[in-house]
Design a protein around this ligand. Structure first.
Ligand SMILES: [Zn+2]
Length: 144
């Protein structure tokens, strides 16, 4: 009896430290490829080298929004506490608002792609690669 076996290879998931470093430095968590954004804020849908699709399921990037929100509010809190400490005891809201407004507006925009790659890395740490994920992008296919 002839049976045809179909083998689907599963690419090994990198170690958690590697995943986090790649996520923090806006690299592909799977292969380390850089240059994943267009115009700084738009993350490509797939890694050009390994073909990993960054949005693993619909709504995947809600975690990235959570990371971005926590970073932004953390920086706002640090700015508020430092501002109060510097101005104490003559508190005035205007300088605090002037210092906090750019943080509230710019950090979520500029940190957005990093939050996404970091979330992809965290998600991969919790849920390793499965068969059919990261099976090779255009760069890997052209190298063969
Ligand atoms: Zn990749």
């Amino acid at each position: 009896m002839n049976r045809r076996l179909v083998h689907m290879t599963v690419r090994p998931t990198p170690a958690r430290g590697t995943l986090l470093w790649r996520g923090l430095t806006r690299a592909c968590a799977v292969c380390g490829q850089r240059g994943l954004t267009r115009r700084w804020v738009t993350l490509r849908e797939d890694c050009p080298r390994c073909g990993f699709h960054f949005e693993r399921k619909p709504g995947h990037f809600v975690g990235a929004v959570g990371i971005s929100t926590n970073i932004t509010f953390g920086l706002l809190l640090i700015t508020l506490v430092a501002g109060i400490g510097i101005m104490w005891p003559d508190l005035s809201p205007a300088p605090l608002l002037l210092a906090m407004l750019p943080i509230a507006v710019l950090v979520p925009i500029l940190f957005h792609p990093t939050a996404k790659t970091l979330w992809v890395a965290i998600d991969l740490g919790m849920k390793p690669l499965e068969a059919g994920e990261a099976v090779g992008g255009a760069e890997e296919r052209s190298a063969k």
